[in-house]
Design a binder for this molecule. Sequence first.
Ligand SMILES: [Zn+2]
Ligand SMILES: [Zn+2]
Length: 269
Amino acid sequence: MSNLSILRTYAQKPPSEFPSSVLFTHTERTLTIYDAYPKSTFHFLILPRVQSESEITLKDLHSLKTLLKCDKSHAKEVIDALAKDAEDVKKEIESEMVKRYGFKWQVVGAIVAALVFSSTFRPIWTGFHASPSMHHLHLHVLSADLCSEKLKHKKHYNSFHPKLGFFLHLEDVLGWFEAEPSYFTQMAKLDEKKYESLLKEGLTCFHCDKEMKNIPTLKEHLQSEWDAQASKAKAREERKRKAEERKKDTDSDDVETATDEHQDKKQKS
Ligand SMILES: [Zn+2]
Ligand SMILES: [Zn+2]
């Protein structure tokens, strides 16, 4: 079995046949698996399962491009199902972030940039590759860090860079359906050549836009961006804890004062 078509094989397999190291969760319509080569601290793939009564066939589910050639409302149903199940996976990741690392991280950036690239500035990114290497449609769900030992090449990094354009945010793809039909047609073309040229662009940090000389430099820089966020979050927690302690102290002072006053009144009467 070729590695390229492993997702297609998965999509036709009953969930009970998966080892727990592969399958994270499933619903009637989707399977969520661990990405075998995670490019972030948390990285999952959500695949649509073939529905026996649906007009959308396994062949249609080959990629986003093939799906978008189908009847628009049927295509939308498939993407909506992925989006719905992605919400649950996102919640699980966010709670794991807090449980394991004590905070939820996200892209650092100015408020204006956050408004323009609203999908980028979330702790979890969900999206499709414009020109995927694996067969069978899959939605990437990953934490916003790209800190992983499996991230080894420029094309890996650029394919997930949240502002470069090769990574198509789910929110944007859903937006195509709401836009003018001509815009939908334009975007649905998904011209591989055009998108693949993006993978050759220079390396820039997705937090601060700084140019990076090579992958080792970039990886070190991304780690330091994450570390900085982690220590800020820690300091924030510490301040919160101290403030709560102070509040507790003043609260018990209040109780004491109240009791004193009460005593005074008693003595006076
Ligand atoms: Zn992919
Ligand atoms: Zn940076």
